[in-house]
Structure formats: C-alpha cells, structure tokens
Design a protein around this ligand. Structure first.
Ligand code: UD1
Ligand code: CA
Length: 461
C-alpha cells in the first residue's frame, strides 16, 4: 500500500505562526501521529505533500523515512495529490490529510480490509456526525454513493446531510491516474477538489463505495480549540492503556502521559503528573502530585515526592527524590539514594545510598556511595573564566552543612568536612577539613545593664 498525506495547507484558522500539522497533540506533532498510524498499518511508501512551512515540516517528517513532495500553490486537495507524482504509484493508494491525529493503525487496517472486501475501484471514508458544519457531504441515491459536495457549494437540502467525508480515500493507482486529471476548479473556491474524483469515477462506470467509520477517525484539527480536544482525547487514550497494564491513576483526567512514555505496573501516578518524551518509569514507583519528568528514566521502586522537575535524568532503583527537587540533564541518582527538598543537581553522578536532604546545589560533580551532603552545600562549578569545573567526592564522605566546594576539587573517601567550610584545596582520604573563621569568645562582653550604660553616655554628652 502507498500513502499520500496532504499537508501543504496553511491552517489559517489556527492563527498560529507554526504550520498546522506541526502543532503538538499530547506532545507529538499532529503529522507524526498520522505517519505513525499509516506505518503501523504496514504502509511501505509514504509521500507527504508539503507547502506552507515546507522547511519546518520536512525537518520533522523526513527523519521518519517519508518522501516530501512540494506543492507550489495551494490550489486545492486535487492539486495537492497531483504534486505527489501519483503516476509513479502502483497497487492501492491511501490518501489522507495530515491533520487527523486521532486515527490509529487499526482504523486504517479496517478501512483497507473493507476496500478489498468490497472489490471497488475507489472508496471514500465517511462518518456520521451531529453537526456537519464545513465538512463535505456524502450524497447518495438509492443508498448508493454518488458524489461528495463541499459545504461551500451545497444546497440547503444537501447541507442537512449528516454523513460527511472524513477526507480519507482508498483507490487503485489506475483509478487515481485515470480520473485525477479530469478534476476541474469550477466551484466557489476555484480550487481543484479531490472530492470530485468520486463523481467522475462513478460516471465513468467504475465501482465506488463509502466506508463508514467511527467519528474520531474523521476528527481533523482546524482550530486551537480542536487541537486541545484532540490532546485531551489522546491523553485519556494513553491513560486507559496504562491502567489496563496495571498502572494506578488517582485521576486520569488530570494526569498527562505522552505517547512514547512507558510506565511499569504497580506504579502510582497522582494528579498533575506530566510525563514527557522518552521517559521510562519502572514498576512500583510513586509519583506524587505536580511532578514533571522529561526524557527521564526511573528504575523500579523510585519515590518522587510532590512538585519535582526532572530532565534527562536517570534515577536508580528505590531512590527517593523530592518534594521540590530539580534534577537537570545528565544527572544520575544511585540506588536507594535520597535527594530532598530544594535540591538542584546538574550533570551529577550521585552514588548509591548517598543523601542530599535539603537546600543544596550540586553541578558537574561525582559523589561516591554512602555520602552525606549537609544542608546548604554548594559546588561552585562556574568560574570567572566562564568555564565549568568538576567536584569529585569519594565514598562515605561526611559534608557538614553550609559547605562550598570551589571546583576543580577532589575530596578523598571517608573525609569529613566541617560545617561552614569553603573548601578550595583537595582533601585527602580520611582527613578532616575545616575552612572557616576561628570562633572567638569574649567573656562577659555584654554590659551588665545595657540601658544604664546608655543613660550614662547621654549624661556625658
Ligand atoms: C476536505 C474535503 C472535505 C472533507 C474534509 C475533511 C476537499 C475539497 N474537501 O475539506 O470534503 O469533509 O477535508 O476534513 O478535499 N491541502 C493541501 N493542499 C491544498 C489544499 C489542502 O495539501 O492545496 C491539505 C491541507 O493541508 C489539509 C488537507 O489537504 O491537510 C485538507 O485540506 P483542507 O483545506 O483542510 O480541506 P477541508 O476544507 O477541511
Ligand atoms: Ca558560610
């Protein structure tokens, strides 16, 4: 099966500078969803007709192995198909729009199966809706499909029809190539309507039919409101799938898991959790409200407490992180480690069972196993030369509260750092390092009666 996806239109009603088909629906560009669906149904040759925002669209779709065909002027859907060089196609051709994000491989498989079963030359995919709005109307006589009439060109009587054209078609390459050239632009929009191929094929005596499908297959995105609706549907679809696989969701309506994300069974997702991109969550994890994870991997049994924000991070088994933790790219938290509130890490390898419980910034650091990082510890990784330097802390190091490590710096295993230290020189293994002003004691420094002494001063003046 070959596929032509029409995606050259501007999407004027989106009122957005982004080409319509690149708008993300539940995190994935709309057109990617369509390409994934046809690929999932076994399409071998996929052609995408591009026009508005061509360079941007190419950037997204070409890495998916599709071939782009530019349509110079957007003269209508019929003209768009011509741009895809249909003369070089063989076998059955599926044509669909690039703005239908809810279509799934099984829908396409079903449509193709019907097409084969009915042995027709051309089939249009239709659905029945409550409000047919601007959709093309499916006109039948004696139950038989006759034509598609665009809303802009329809009579009041035709406008009452609630069976509409989804914009999906299957036909043999021969049918397409025989009749596509006959389409004319004699209509209210002066466009070449692909829909006209239906009546042309019928009049030529070839066999046509309409295949009726569920409504969401025909759901196209034309406005921001429709985009939001499609997004909600896809998030709910994903949530249902996850729950079927044993993920616990307190409130699936307010838990957002993007398509590619995987979540292991026994994991609990609280409301307001947002899992993005290539995130992989293991089994028996707990993600409390408001956690945002992008391209992050959690191994089994990880507990992420409320309002934590991770990007490109790996958290090993049974670690606990949060609440209010921020793990920035290239951070790896070791097994059973503990990262507490208001801790930020960037490019850190944080060892097994180590702890950074409170108010800490670690950047460009390697922290060994069983280390204790006291409250308020900071790695000073960024220097006046605008370069980044590394802090290396060995195993079992005890870092007292309010310590600064001025990188580059290395702390040997089992060392102890006194509270309030500003460490500027390497510390050997097992050593104690204290780097702070010495405490001074002045006995009986406070005057016996501070008020009396003030009066005295005033008297002198
Ligand atoms: C089209 C159908 C209509 C159907 C509806 C379903 C026609 C004439 N009408 O209307 O019967 O009910 O889809 O959604 O086909 N495109 C191009 N080049 C062009 C024009 C359009 O690539 O010159 C692409 C658009 O980017 C879009 C698709 O074709 O992905 C459909 O075009 P659009 O203008 O949205 O058609 P509709 O008016 O929705
Ligand atoms: Ca200090």
């Amino acid at each position: 099966m070959s596929v032509i996806i029409l995606a050259a239109g501007k999407g004027t009603r989106m009122k957005s500078p982004l080409p319509k088909v690149l708008h993300p629906v539940a995190g994935t560009p709309i057109i990617k969803k369509v390409i994934d669906a046809v690929k999932g149904a076994g399409a071998t040759e996929i052609r995408v007709v591009v026009g508005h925002g061509e360079a941007l669209v190419r950037k997204v779709v070409e890495p998916m192995g599709v071939v782009c065909f530019p349509q110079t002027n957007q003269w209508g859907t019929g003209d768009a198909v011509k741009a895809a060089d249909p003369g070089s196609l063989k076998g059955d051709v599926l044509i669909l729009a690039g703005d239908h994000p809810l279509i799934e491989p099984s829908d396409i498989e079903g449509i193709l199966k019907e097409f084969k079963a009915r042995r027709c030359d051309l089939a249009v995919v239709s659905t029945v809706v409550k409000d047919a709005g601007k959709f093309g109307r499916i006109v039948r006589s004696g139950g038989q499909l006759r034509a598609i009439v665009e809303a802009a060109d329809a009579s009041a009587e035709t406008l009452k029809i609630r069976e509409i054209n989804t914009g999906i078609y299957v036909m043999t390459a021969d049918t397409l190539n025989d009749y596509l050239p006959r389409i004319q632009n004699h209509n209210s929009k002066k466009e070449y309507y692909l829909t006209d191929i239906v009546s042309i094929t019928q009049e030529a005596g070839d066999k046509i039919d309409a295949i009726t499908v569920r409504q969401s297959v025909g759901f196209g995105v034309n406005t921001q409101e429709e985009l939001a609706r499609a997004t909600r549907k896809l998030f709910l679809r994903k949530a249902r799938q996850l729950m079927e696989d044993g993920v616990l969701m307190i409130d699936p309506k307010t838990t957002y898991v993007e398509d590619e994300v995987t979540v292991g069974s026994g994991t609990v997702l609280y409301p307001g959790v947002y899992l993005r991109g290539r995130t992989k969550v293991g089994g028996y994890c707990m993600l409390e409200p408001g956690c945002y994870l992008a391209h992050t991997q959690l191994e089994d049994g990880v507990h992420v407490k409320a309002y934590s924000y991770f990007e490109n991070t790996v958290v090993r088994a049974k670690a606990t992180v949060g609440p209010f933790s921020r793990l920035r790219p290239e951070t790896e938290i070791g097994p059973e480690a503990h990262v507490g509130n208001f801790v930020e890490m960037k490019k850190v390898k944080f060892g097994a069972r180590s702890k950074a419980g409170h108010l800490t910034y670690l950047g460009d650091a390697i922290v060994g196993e069983d280390v204790n990082i006291g409250c308020g510890t900071i790695t000073c990784n960024y220097a006046v030369d605008k370069k980044k330097y590394r802090t290396v802390i060995g195993d079992r190091v005890f870092v007292g509260s309010d310590t600064q490590f001025v990188a580059p710096i290395e702390i040997g295993s089992d060392a102890v750092i006194g509270s309030g230290s500003t460490i500027t020189k390497d510390v050997p293994a097992k050593a104690l390092a204290v780097a702070r002003g010495k405490q001074i004691i002045k006995e009986n420094w406070t005057p016996k009666n501070p008020d009396a002494s003030k009066d005295e001063e005033a008297g002198k003046a």
